[in-house]
Each structure stands twice: as C-alpha cells, then as structure tokens.
Write a protein of this length. Structure first.
Length: 483
C-alpha cells in the first residue's frame, strides 16, 4: 500500500498529523493482516484543513456548477476504472463480502453520476415583482466550508454521497472518515484530487472524536453533514447550536419488517434474511426486528431458522462466505453482549448467539447469525440498535397491533410490510413511522435519486442522495433588481 494513504490530505499535500500519533488498522476477518498505521489527527490538524478549504472556496465557487461537474466527471471515470481496487479495500478493512463491496462501489458511482446530472438544474425561480421596473428572482449559493463526518459501514458510498453534492454545489470540504476505514477514504480523496478539483477543495483528516469535534467547533465551518450514532449526532447538534451551525444528521435505526397473516412467507423470509444478515446486519436500514402476526409466526420462524442456520460465516473475500465478519472485535463482542442481555430478559435464542469458530477460520470478528424470539416489547433488544447480525422477533396480533409495535421505538429509518392486501400495504405505508418504506421487498437499499431519509431520532436536517440534498449544501438568496 502506498505510504500516502496513511496520511491526511491538506491543501493538496499528503501530510502526517502534527502530533505524529498513529493508529493501527487491521482486517476484521483476520487481525494478523495489519493494513497499516494511519495518522491520528487532533483538532489542530482539522483546523489546518479548514483553513485550506476556506482559501480554496472563492475560486471553486466562482467556477459554477457546470464547470465543476465537468471536473467531477473525471472522478466518476476513475472510479469505474478502479472499482475492483476500491471493492477489495472495503472488504479488507470493513469486512463485508466482496460482492457487497462491489455493489457499494456501484452505488457510489450511481450517486456521483446522479449528482453530476443535477448540475444544470441548480437554479432558482423568477418571481413576480410588486413594483414596476423590478426583476425579482431566487438563486442558490453554496454554504461555504463544510465538514463531512462518516461512519465505517459504507466506507465509500456514504463519504461519496456527502463529497459529491458538497463539491458540485460549490462548497469546499474537510472529510473526517471513521478511524476504522481510513484506507477507503484515502482512495476516495485521491480520486477527486486526481480528477483535478484543485488543492484545498477536498481535504482529508484521519482520526476520531477530537478531529471530528474540531469541525463542529471551528467557526469557519458553515455546515456539518454527519452519519453515525445517535449519541454523537446529538452531541454535534447541541455543540453547534450556539453558533447556529447547519447540520445534517443521519443516525441509527431499529427497523421493523412487519409480516402479516396473508404474507407470502417465502418472500418475507428471503427479505428478512437479506435485510437482517446482509452486511452482517451493519446497515442503518438493517432489519433488526421482525414483527410477525401470531397466526403465521411458527411457520415463518420454521422457514427462517432453517435458512439462517445454513448461512456460512467467513471472510469477505472467500466466495463461499454468505455473512462476513463484523467491523471489529469490539463490535462483535457488543453484539454478543446484546444477545446475552436479551436471554436474561426472557428471550429465546433460536439460532446463533455465539462467535463463529471452526478449524481454518482465522480469529476474526465473526458472529453467528442470530434469531431471538419471545422478545419483550420494551426490552433492550426490541428498542436499541445492535448493528450486528441479530434479529429480534416480536409477536403481533393483527394489523393494528403490528403497526403499533413497529412504531414503538424512538428510531424511524426504514419500515417494511409483507401482505397480499393492497389496502393494508397502502395503509402501512401511510402509518409506519419510518423515512424509507418498502412493501413486499427487503427493507434495505435505496436508489441514488431517492432521499436517504429517516424520521424521529433517525434523522435531522435535509436528507441525502436526492435533489433534496441541495437544501443542506446551499442556501437561498432572493434578489430584487431595479432597472
Ligand atoms: P459513531 O457515531 O461512533 O462515529 C461516526 C463518526 O463520528 C466517526 O467518523 C467518528 O470518528 C466521528 N465522531 C465520534 N465522536 C465524535 C465527536 N464527538 N464529534 C465529531 N465526530 C465524532 O458511529 P459509527 O460507529 O462509526 O457508525 C455506526 C452508527 O452509524 C450506527 O448507529 C448506525 O446506525 C449509524 N449509521 C447511520 C446511517 C444513516 O444513513 N442513517 C448510515 C450508516 C450508519
């Protein structure tokens, strides 16, 4: 791996953190595979990157969206050529299956291309004037310097769906990725740098809370787009409130798939297996609750447990693996702790519930896909995000009860229903308290042109990945021009 990937990119220069501190990044499938020692930034490094972004802003803004899109198109082309390099880096440091990583690269490219296609639409409106010889209109102006703070679960797609609209809108940016996935972020930053966006337009600062917090505190940063946990998102929101920091927060989920008594059970089982155990359950829209009508519960569980027990857990680059490791040993331990707590609270573990260990498998962060039933509605497993391959099954008695159970959490990321009834499908879409809704399909996966959006504690501010995203990266102006 090239030495530069271990560093920050500030003002076009690859450079270490001022403190000289580093952090080791290892492969969660096999900790013996040491990926590298990445620079660990503090607030002072972030501040330098913000200064660089502020200096780069006037010229980048002056280019206008069409010229910016032309430069960014080169990044899309490069991403196409380097797709396999990205996919392998994602699998190596995040753990997901290679096919999941390839799909992530494709998604990142779709988001970039969709964003670029918006360049010629970033205008305002003309408005009626109240006086003679006045021309009235609105237009958008980029916010300025923005901080982009991303998690580890989609180490390419999430940074991409922040960087692409930030840069196209005319903002300059400092990307602060998760310290668990620094390599993918370095590859992404290099992509835009090589595409010719110019020094200081996109800066990369590797590190954790200290580096991220400095983006919230630095008065030159006009907006922070954050994806991560509710706790950190809340701290960013309250920390930035005193200086009216604009925020876009994409947070956690406790997503339900509702299986009604008229559902196609095979289809529902397929969707739950995919939604709960795809990417080892580490998606903000992962299915973490199955809310099943008691009339079909036993049959549903029978078919589900047969499927889940047969899933092969293993390294992401092994074509036989169906579930990869979690991102780290700590996350694997946390997932298993959640299962132990659910057992103590009266839950019955139908399958999984332990680490995956077998001859020949390295000592990685492997957790057996787990299904727990008899989960009390107010228990931690029913209410709190696990972010691992753990599915809670909750009983429901009919449609109204199922909707009530599905809605009885503080989160509202995705919501899904399986039913043969068109009217119940529409009613569920109307009543489920979730930002991304699905009927008779897995509860994960959104299109690049649809908003990535949640409600309640899952989201704050304008959504990402859609034309709505411009309401974060730009602000409106109105003009009344007398002539
Ligand atoms: P996290 O909140 O621990 O960290 C997210 C990012 O915030 C990291 O880059 C981290 O270094 C940074 N950070 C930590 N403390 C900070 C602080 N005080 N100030 C500024 N930045 C700080 O989350 P994670 O463990 O990386 O990711 C998992 C979480 O992300 C889950 O809760 C998941 O639901 C959520 N997530 C949400 C979405 C979505 O679109 N809603 C997508 C993916 C993940």
């Amino acid at each position: 791996m090239a030495e530069r990937y271990l560093l920050n990119l500030v003002d076009g220069d690859w450079c270490p953190a001022e403190s000289g501190q580093t952090r080791v990044n290892e492969n969660p499938a096999d900790p013996a595979d040491r990926i590298g020692e990445f620079t660990e930034s503090g607030g002072v490094d972030t501040d330098r990157a913000v200064d660089a972004a502020a200096r780069a802003f006037p010229a980048w803004h002056a280019l206008g969206p069409v010229a910016r899109a032309e430069r960014l198109a080169a990044a899309s082309e490069l991403l196409g050529r380097r797709a396999e390099l990205f996919a392998r880096a994602i699998t190596r440091e995040q753990g997901k299956l290679l096919r999941e990583a390839r799909a992530e690269v494709q998604r990142a490219r779709s988001v970039l291309d969709f964003t670029l296609g918006q360049a010629r639409t970033l205008g305002g409106v003309t408005a009626p004037a109240e006086e003679e010889r006045v021309f009235a209109c609105t237009f958008r102006r980029p916010l300025g310097v923005v901080g982009l703070i991303s998690p580890w679960n989609f180490p390419l797609a999430i940074p991409m769906w922040k960087v692409a609209p930030a840069l196209l809108s005319g903002c300059t940016a400092v990307l602060k990725p998760s310290p668990l996935t620094p390599l993918t972020a370095a590859l992404l930053t290099e992509l835009f740098h090589e595409a010719g966006v110019g020094d200081g337009v996109l800066n990369l600062v590797q590190g954790d809370a200290a580096a991220g917090q400095a983006l919230v505190d630095n008065p030159a940063v006009r907006g922070v787009s954050f994806t991560g946990s509710l706790a950190v998102g809340t701290a960013i929101q309250t920390g930035g409130a005193a200086r009216l920091l604009r925020t876009q927060l994409e947070l956690g989920g406790k997503n339900a798939v509702v299986v009604l008594d008229d559902a196609d059970l095979d289809r529902a089982v397929d969707a739950v297996v995919q939604g709960a155990f795809g990417q080892a359950g580490q998606r903000c829209s992962a299915t973490s609750r199955a809310v099943v009508d008691v009339r079909v519960r036993d049959e549903f569980l029978d078919r589900l447990v047969r499927r889940v027990t047969a899933l092969r857990v293993g390294p992401g680059d092994d074509p036989e693996s169906q579930v990869g490791p979690l991102v780290s040993a700590a996350r694997a331990e946390a997932a298993l702790d959640a299962v132990a707590a659910a057992r103590r609270a009266g839950g019955t573990v139908l399958c999984g519930g332990g680490p995956e260990r077998r001859p020949g498998l390295p000592e990685g962060a492997y957790v057996r896909p787990t299904v727990v039933r008899d989960v009390a509605r107010d228990s931690a497993l029913a209410q709190e995000e696990v972010f691992g391959p753990v599915l809670a099954v909750l009983d429901a008695d009919g449609f109204d009860d199922a909707v009530e159970v599905a809605n009885s959490v503080r989160y509202g990321m995705s919501g899904t229903v399986f039913t043969a009834s068109q009217s119940r499908a529409f009613e569920a879409v109307e009543r489920l308290e979730a930002g991304m809704l699905h009927v008779n399909r897995p509860g994960t996966g959104a299109y690049a042109h649809l908003p990535h959006v949640g409600t309640k504690a899952s989201q704050f501010g304008p959504p990402e990945c859609s034309p709505q995203v411009w309401d974060f990266y730009t602000e409106w102006r109105s003009a009344c021009i007398g002539y």
